[in-house]
Ligand binder design. Structure first.
Ligand SMILES: Cc1ncc(COP(=O)(O)O)c(C=O)c1O
Length: 407
C-alpha cells in the first residue's frame, strides 16, 4: 500500500501540520470523494430516493441502490436486499434485539468485553421481557475461551437463542474466532449476531464464509459519513424480523385497518432516509474496495507493534490484552496506574498533535469489574497512519508518563 498516496486523499492530512490521528476506533477521517458526494447531493440532486419518479428522485434511488450493491460485494452477501441502511451499529444491534421474538428465559450469550451497544440492548430485554443475558468470560489475556463458550452453550441448552459478540473488541483489538463460534452456536440451535464495528473497517469480512446470521457495522468507522451504519442479515431471517421503525417506506399498502409489509430492506428503513449519507456510503465502500483488506490489517498490526514496543516497559503503564500486538489488531489501549488518562490524552494532542481516546470507550462493564474507573488511553490505527506517527505516539506518551510521574 502506498500510504502517502492514501494520505493525499484526506483533506485533514494535507494540512501543513497534520495531526497524528489515532482515534480511528471511534470514527475515521473522510476522503475527498466521500465529502464530494455529500456536497453533490445537496448541490445537485437534493430529492427523495425510493419514492418519486422525477429526476432528483431517480438519481438518488439509483445511487442508493448502487451503494447497497457495493456493500453486498464488500461483505460477500448473497443479495443486496440483505443490506439494511441504519444510523449506526447501535441502531443495527437494536433492530436485531428488538426485532426477534423472545420467550421468557431465552438465553443470549456475549463476551465480557462488549461495547455497550452489544450489552445494553440485552440488559434491556432482560428487564423488559425476562430473557437471560449470560457472559462468557475471556481468558486471562482477554483472548476467547472456546472451551468456556462451549460449556456456556451446553449449560444454556435449548434455551440458547442468540450468541452476539464483537468480532474485534474496541477495548483491546482482540479478534475472536467467529467462524468456529458460529458453528458451535448453530449446533446448539442458536442464531449468531456479530458486532462488526471494529472488524469491517479493518479486515476482510465475508458473511457467507463466516456462516453468521446478522452483522452490525458502522459506516462512519469506514471512511463514510457520520450518522450511517448498516445491518446485514440472512434474507429469510430479515423476512421474519419485526421492524423497530414502522411508517413510510415500510409497507407496500395500508388501509384504515390493515397493512402489507414491504420486503426487506425497505421494511427496516422507515421514514425519509439520510440520502446523502447512503450515497456517500457507496463512495466510502468504493474507496475501501480498492485496497486488499489483508494488507490493511497487516499495516495496522505493524503500527501497533511499534506503538506497543515503545511503551510496554513504561512504569505504571499496562497494555490491555495479550502482549503480542499481532493479537490486538490496530489497537493499543493502556491502563495508566495512578496517572490521569484524560490529562495525558490532552497533553499528547497539545504537545505533539497526537489524537487518542481516553475513558471507558463504552465498555464500562469491563472497566468497572476491574475497578479501573478512569478507563484507558487508547490509540487506534488505520490505513493512513504512518510508522512515524506510531513512533511519535510512543515517544510522546513516554515523555508524558515520565513528566506526570515526576510531578
Ligand atoms: C465494538 C463496537 N460496537 C459498537 C459500537 C457502536 O457503534 P456506533 O457508534 O456505530 O453505534 C462501537 C463504537 O465505537 C464499537 O466499537
Amino acid at each position: 500500500m502506498d500510504i502517502q498516496k492514501i494520505r493525499d486523499c484526506f483533506p485533514t492530512l494535507r494540512t501543513d501540520e497534520p495531526p497524528a490521528y489515532l482515534d480511528n476506533a471511534c470514527v475515521t477521517l473522510k476522503p475527498d470523494s466521500v465529502i464530494q458526494t455529500i456536497n453533490d447531493y445537496y448541490h445537485h440532486t437534493p430529492g427523495c430516493g425510493g419514492r418519486g419518479v422525477h429526476r432528483y428522485s431517480t438519481k438518488v434511488s439509483r445511487a442508493t441502490n448502487d451503494a447497497r450493491r457495493k456493500l453486498q460485494t464488500f461483505l460477500n452477501a448473497e443479495s443486496a436486499n440483505e443490506v439494511v441502511f441504519t444510523r449506526n451499529a447501535t441502531h443495527s444491534l437494536n433492530q436485531v434485539a428488538h426485532g426477534l421474538s423472545w420467550q421468557k428465559g431465552d438465553v443470549v450469550l456475549t463476551t465480557d468485553r462488549e461495547h455497550n451497544s452489544n450489552l445494553v440492548p440485552w440488559l434491556q430485554l432482560e428487564q423488559e421481557q425476562g430473557i437471560e443475558h449470560r457472559v462468557v468470560p475471556s481468558l486471562e489475556d482477554n483472548t476467547f475461551d472456546m472451551e468456556g463458550f462451549e460449556q456456556a452453550c451446553k449449560d444454556a441448552g435449548s434455551r440458547l437463542k442468540l450468541v452476539s459478540m464483537s468480532q474485534v473488541g474496541n477495548l483491546d483489538g482482540v479478534k475472536i474466532p467467529i467462524r468456529d463460534i458460529a458453528k458451535v452456536a448453530h449446533d446448539h440451535g442458536a442464531y449468531v449476531c456479530v458486532d462488526g464495528a471494529q472488524s469491517t473497517p479493518h479486515m476482510r469480512v465475508d458473511v457467507q464464509d463466516l456462516g453468521i446470521d446478522f452483522l452490525a457495522f458502522s459506516i462512519h468507522k469506514m471512511c463514510g459519513p457520520s450518522g450511517m451504519g448498516g445491518l446485514w442479515g440472512r434474507y429469510e431471517l430479515l423476512d421474519e424480523l419485526r421492524t423497530i421503525q414502522s411508517g413510510g417506506q415500510t409497507v407496500t399498502a395500508s388501509t384504515y385497518d390493515s397493512l402489507q409489509w414491504a420486503n426487506p430492506p425497505a421494511r427496516f428503513e422507515g421514514g425519509l432516509g439520510n440520502f446523502s449519507g447512503m450515497m456517500a456510503t457507496g463512495t466510502a465502500i468504493e474507496f475501501l474496495s480498492q485496497f486488499n483488506m489483508d494488507e490493511v490489517r497487516a499495516h495496522e498490526i505493524k503500527l501497533n507493534e511499534i506503538m506497543s514496543n515503545g511503551i510496554k516497559d513504561l512504569p505504571g503503564v499496562k497494555i490491555i490484552g495479550p502482549h503480542d500486538a499481532k493479537l490486538r489488531s490496530g489497537i493499543c489501549s493502556v491502563v495508566l496506574k495512578e496517572l490521569p488518562a484524560h490529562d495525558i490524552a490532552m497533553l499528547l494532542d497539545e504537545a505533539a498533535g497526537v489524537m487518542v481516546r481516553s475513558g471507558q470507550h463504552c465498555v464500562h462493564s469491563w472497566f468497572n469489574a476491574r475497578g479501573h474507573k478512569d478507563g484507558s488511553l487508547r490509540a487506534s490505527a488505520y490505513m493512513y497512519n504512518t510508522e512515524d506517527e506510531a513512533r511519535l505516539f510512543a515517544e510522546t506518551l513516554s515523555e508524558a508518563v515520565h513528566a506526570f510521574s515526576a510531578a
